[in-house]
Design a protein around this ligand. Structure first.
Ligand code: ADP
Ligand code: G6P
Length: 490
């Protein structure tokens, strides 16, 4: 156990990197938490060569939180959520208000004042926990849409610390953001940071434009200047904040090594054999989320089977649909729709020994994910909107044999960095079908050329580069208030 009470580097994210699961017999187990945020930050912290650091986050279940504990050089500092807070702050405001609003309102966002009240209260709790563990002058790195008030709440209590915030999801255009009844408070909460990182330049520009339109702030290039108000603790003092794109990535070297291990190679062969050695394996890997375009993908695949353009004797599609946010209605509806469609397609076109679609609603160890990528001749990534999509980067890294093909939606952050993918617009089902067929049938040399360029990009811009760029941006941020100076302004 670490004897230190405060830390020079503090991460705050809604989730800790591990979730506690309770088995039916009452025994408990800590498992890696789901999603790209944890994948990325976990890799960053595993390679961390600085002093001990703390990670403040929710341990994945409601009720009393466990005592802080250590994982390597990382002190995990659990923040409790009651069952009501889980429902109002996490499932409600975070995932039924902000998530759909920030993803192009693919489903309509729900606005409830009681959810907002709870979001504020929980953000205050996270901010208090950060202030408790941050040493004098510490660097605090806040993550994602669940904690947008934390930067200003921390700054109010601890003007000595340096605060960065990174948005793992898109930031919407002001025309959508303006729907949010609490838009001003959210922006003021974020402007408590010194540096704000976004996935794409467009996200940073959307944020700056929202500050201009909603708050009347001055935004020039990456700089936002805001005079502040004194009606609450969210952004009372004048501030200059930099908002810039810092696209996230994966631990390319680590993932390549994993994908290249004997165990993963053998497992990949086993998987292919268990599928009956099809000529072509198509793969989709997504949290079961309406942003991921799984329904559009299934529509295209179903039609290709129906048209006879592909046959289950030669082609099989594996869809891994990771369980996610299962108590939110939009996610339940999506699951019913997807499972209905998979059943319909399999019923219509599969026959004994030739299954059109293998549907897997489960989480897997990383080795199994790497083996699945190695098996996939074509990876189908068709989100309607996605901040980045790390699966795309994992796939090209795992296929360092030069084989494989990546079909990638133009509505992902990854598409900006990966122009050599087979680009698609998932709303255009005819176009998507053509793109899938092209990715299957193109000459091996053409596929190899594309994959080589994609792999090179991910290797050069890996998660370590991302973290270094973010922290350099934070270090170089325009304003570093002295403890007394900032207090005087507030
Ligand atoms: P998101 O953050 O929206 O879930 P990303 O593609 O950015 O999407 O990141 C997803 C991460 O979760 C990847 O690292 C991927 O390997 C991992 N993942 C997705 N599905 C599973 C699964 N069923 N089992 C284990 N890991 C998964
Ligand atoms: C996305 C979000 C993360 C979130 C993850 C999993 O990657 O950006 O903040 O943790 O999805 O979602 P969950 O709701 O299970 O935490």
């Amino acid at each position: 156990m670490s004897s230190r009470q405060t830390y020079d580097f503090v991460i705050a994210a809604n989730r800790l990197p591990v979730d506690r699961h309770v088995h039916p017999d009452g025994s408990t187990e800590w498992r890696t938490a789901p999603g790209g945020l944890v994948t990325a930050m976990d890799s960053v912290m595993r390679g961390w060569d600085g002093d001990d650091a703390a990670w403040v986050g929710w341990p994945g279940f409601s009720g009393e939180a466990p005592e802080p504990f250590d994982e390597g050089k990382l002190r995990l500092h659990p923040v409790p959520l009651s069952a009501q807070e889980l429902s109002d702050y996490y499932e409600g405001f975070s995932n039924d208000t902000l998530w759909p609003l920030y993803h192009d309102v693919i489903v309509p966002p729900t606005f409830h004042r009681s959810w907002w009240t709870c979001y504020r209260a929980v953000n205050q709790r996270f901010a208090d926990a950060v202030c408790e563990v941050a040493a004098e002058g510490a660097t605090v790195w806040v993550h994602d849409y669940q904690l947008q008030l934390v930067p200003a709440l921390v700054r109010d209590k601890r003007p000595d610390v340096r605060i960065g915030w990174f948005n793992h999801i898109p930031f919407p255009p002001v025309e959508l953001f303006a729907q949010l009844p609490w838009r001003e408070s959210i922006l003021r909460g974020l402007l408590g940071a010194d540096f704000l990182g976004f996935q794409r330049p467009d996200d940073a520009r959307n944020f700056a434009r929202s500050c201009r339109t909603v708050l009347g702030a001055t935004a020039r290039g990456e700089k936002v200047e805001w005079q502040g108000t004194d009606d609450d603790r969210l952004g009372a003092a004048p501030r200059t904040v930099r908002a810039a794109a810092v696209p996230i990535s994966i631990d390319a070297a680590g993932f390549r090594e994993l994908a290249d291990s004997d165990a993963v190679r053998e497992r990949a062969e086993e998987i292919r054999e268990s599928l009956g050695n099809p000529e072509v394996v198509l793969l989709g890997v997504d949290r079961l989320d309406y942003t991921k375009g799984i329904r559009h993908r299934l529509r295209a695949i179903g039609e290709l089977f129906d048209d006879g353009a592909i046959s289950p004797d030669q082609v099989t599609f594996i869809q891994v649909a990771t369980p996610s946010r299962e108590r939110v209605q939009a996610y339940r509806t999506l699951r019913e729709q997807i499972e209905g469609t998979v059943g319909r397609i399999n019923g219509d076109v599969s026959h004994l020994g030739a299954t059109a679609i293998h549907y897997l609603h489960q989480s897997y160890p990383r080795e199994e994910m790497a083996a699945l990528y190695r098996v996939a001749d074509v990876m189908l990534i068709t989100p309607l909107r996605d901040g980045m999509n790390l699966v795309a980067k994992e796939y090209v890294t795992a296929r360092h044999d030069g084989k494989g093909a990546l079909v990638l939606s133009e509505f992902t952050g990854a598409a900006e960095e990966m122009p050599q993918a087979y680009r698609c617009n998932p709303h255009d089902i005819a176009g998507l079908k053509e793109t899938i067929l092209r990715a299957i049938n193109d000459e091996p040399a053409e596929k190899e050329r594309r994959m080589r360029a994609l792999r090179r990009r991910v290797r050069k811009h890996d998660v370590q580069t991302w973290a270094a760029d973010f922290l350099a941006g934070l270090e170089a941020a325009p304003e570093r208030p002295s403890r007394s100076g900032a207090k005087a302004q507030a």
